[in-house]
Design a protein. Sequence first.
Lengths: 440, 201
Amino acid sequence: VITDAPKIVTARMGHEDSYTLQRYLATDGYKALRKALTMTPDQVHEEVNVASLLGRGGAGFAAGRKWSMKRAASPTYLVVNGDESEPATFKDHLLIERDPHAIIEGSIIAGYAIGAAQVFIFCRGEFALGYERLQTACNDAYAHGALGKSIFGSGFSLDIVIHPGAGAYICGDETALLESLEGKRGFPRIKPPFFPAAIGLYGQPTIVNNVETMANLPWIITHGGAAFSALGQGSSAGTRLFALSGHVVRPGWYEVEMSKTTFRDMIYDDSLGRGVREGREIKAFVPGGVSAPWFYGEHLDMGLDQDAVGQAGSMLGSGSIVVMDETTCVVRAAWRISRFFHRESCGQCTPCREGSGWVERILRRIEDGHGREDDIDLLMDICDNIAPGLGWPPKQTTICPLGPSIPSSVVSAISRFRDELLVHVKEGGCPLPADEVRHA
Amino acid sequence: MSAEADDGAPGLSHEGRSKAEAIVALYPRKRSALVPLCHLAQSEHGYLTPAAINDIAGLVGCSAAEVRGTAGFYDMLHIEPVGRYVIAFCTNIACMLAGAYEVLSSAEDTLGVRVGGTTPDGLFTLEEAECLAGCDRAVCVQVNHRFFGPVDQAGFKSLVSDLAEGKLDDTVPHHGVLSRVSRSVGLPAAAQASTAARAES
């Protein structure tokens, strides 16, 4: 145990039946909603401001501030983003399957604070079991009086609809998600308008929040925003749920206090990742989803702090950490990540649609032993065309951030391991063995 | 004019149509029900039949071409028949590091089809998937979007034989069934609001 911070979003996970209404009520479920309904919407909003709760989806925008950007008009919608698809991110999957009532309770609290006419919880389509559990939880919440007409007799009424996605990473982008929710292809919307808070679903003011953000709200209302912001440090307040995977002894989800827990703790501590498999060295690790530039050994003692990681040239992003040990071929790793972006590019913008395919094919030929020495400079040039200057945060030549995410892994691999790419070219193939199969 | 060519397969059933109408009623605009109705249609036939596409177009108020064009954008929606079990292998970064491509290659041998193919008996379709958010159990596989993992070569063979023998029928419904749970209520709060609005006007 690194710090004595409480478990906020994973408190119920020890129970086999954590997803049921019965267990939820037995563990203080829906008490925060009852409390919130005795407060004014502005008071609820103020608690969230005091909590300094950063959005848990990937961009890390302060939730309370996002709510303040809402244009005064009606109707207003709340759309809860549960379309988790960033590679190696599986925290929202856990929350949806194992604690759906916490998401629903948080969504009702948020809906009350912003005066929502209706709430949509967008659940990634591939989470079939999660969708069934969210739908069951929603049905049970209505039967319990927590949803529908005059919630708990308060006079406040609200409906939640659980909406299924159908398989498209791009719908995690909030404007693409709204297009999908309107029954169209998931094409991100051209900006301006920059924020759905001004013009969102059906052209109406819409707040889009992540499911983990919602799951934090019951605790914040129960214990107060100040108790939440007392955890962590600076703008990185509270705890956060991280997804750890790759070459670690114990991959899994871990809720830890932000800032005060380091990458080294996460990967090596006995209560967390328990080190790299077979005692090997770390070659590189992804600090926050595959859209993030890679980190290395020298970053291990950095805290899981949004600002610190940002200043070091990467991001905590979606809260997923992927460890690659010394046997990993960086060409293959960067190729697989590029392939992902190529497959998931919606195709609206040329730098993303074409650039991702070029990068993927060039990395593939290097890995297969058909690379040329100037391929390395060519890759850098293509990346520079996608995100000019290759700085951090990346410059954007596209409608949404998917395109500018393409260079992260490619530029990381080349900047740090140029020699390894050259060996591929000169020896006509990959010097590292294929990935070992992890047996069950 | 925009109607889909008929391949002889049926559209939404009578029961499916009434479920569809209940879903459409949940949204401020009908078109929002397009994706949920595609899932509903797939739960009946395993894929989107041309007749079902026409039915959905009528229910949400757009052309069949718009339904097909939208459905084609999404990986989970199929406009051609697929196997009873669609097996999706994640090969993204975390699963790749755990040997996903090596396991997938042996899975192709086990099933006798390449990625994208369906076995001649119509039982299995093999797909390569992007990250399925099951990285703590890499290599992660979904069968009709139900999770299995970690899966290695031997584990995959026994998974396939269990499926073929119907041993997993309780956890894995046939392809297209996203949810075995339906919404139990309409929009009681919205109904109250519109009653209030009518009273005011």
